[in-house]
Design a protein around this ligand. Structure first.
Ligand code: SF4
Ligand code: SF4
Length: 221
């Protein structure tokens, strides 16, 4: 999702890589669940998030939709899932103690918050969003540790490939396609990357790249 913002207004002015230290540590969110209430529909889910949620929770994409844990929204001409976070009640995965009940399987956005991603020059950096988390004092942590994601190098490559694939597809759909073609591509993408189950016994990334190879010819049409 593209956002046109002035980086100097929302960040500390720095771009971070996974080996950098950032003052984002927030005492394990002790007594706080603010962001799990206030993020609205902004937690967009990528295929790896859906792999983690479906295989980790043992529920299909359709079940997560029916149970109200995720929703679908149009983002730059593409239908994408997002976490359902109703205003007031908060994320549907909060437990009675206002803690995340799916912590090991939580989406990538939850893992990096209050960091965000800034895409530039066909790559991306992390930014520290200074107005997002009220917890003080904050401690320094290494970005790599903060993200709490296995196979991080491979994961970063996937995040980059997914982002720029969506960006290219979105531009093509909006500028070159008829409404009928747009609808067909939107449904194909939704089914290919999200509705079609991933094999929990296999690594996610080869499964993702096989699917990406299937849909890439659409970019050439
Ligand atoms: S606002 Fe900060 S401290 Fe509170 S839950 Fe979110 S990340 Fe944790
Ligand atoms: S999945 Fe967990 S960390 Fe993410 S918004 Fe929901 S309760 Fe919060």
């Amino acid at each position: 999702m593209k956002r046109n913002v002035n980086l100097n207004e929302i960040t500390d002015g720095r771009l971070y890589g996974i080996n950098d230290m950032v003052r984002a540590g927030c005492s394990d969110c002790a007594g706080c669940s603010d962001c799990c209430h206030t993020v609205g529909d902004s937690i967009k889910l990528d295929p790896y998030d859906i792999y983690r949620l479906t295989t980790g929770l043992g529920r299909s994409f359709s079940e997560l939709l029916e149970q109200g844990h995720i929703e679908l929204h149009m983002v730059d001409g593409i239908i994408l899932p997002n976490l359902s976070v109703p205003e007031g009640a908060g994320c549907t995965f909060l437990n009675a103690d206002e803690r995340c009940s799916i912590h090991p399987h939580r989406p990538g956005f939850c893992r990096m918050f209050p960091l965000g991603r800034y895409y530039h020059d066909h790559t991306f950096s992390y930014i520290f969003q200074v107005h997002e988390c009220p917890m003080e004092p904050k401690t320094k942590v290494k970005v790599e540790k903060w993200l709490d994601t296995p196979n991080l190098q491979t994961n970063q490559r996937f995040i980059n490939d997914w982002h720029y694939f969506l960006e290219e597809l979105s531009t093509k759909l909006v500028t070159e396609s008829t409404p009928e073609t747009q609808k067909q591509v939107q449904m194909y993408l939704l089914n290919l990357f999200f509705v079609t189950p991933y094999d929990a016994s296999l690594d996610f990334y080869p499964q993702f790249y096989t699917r990406l190879d299937k849909i890439k010819p659409l970019l050439a049409v």
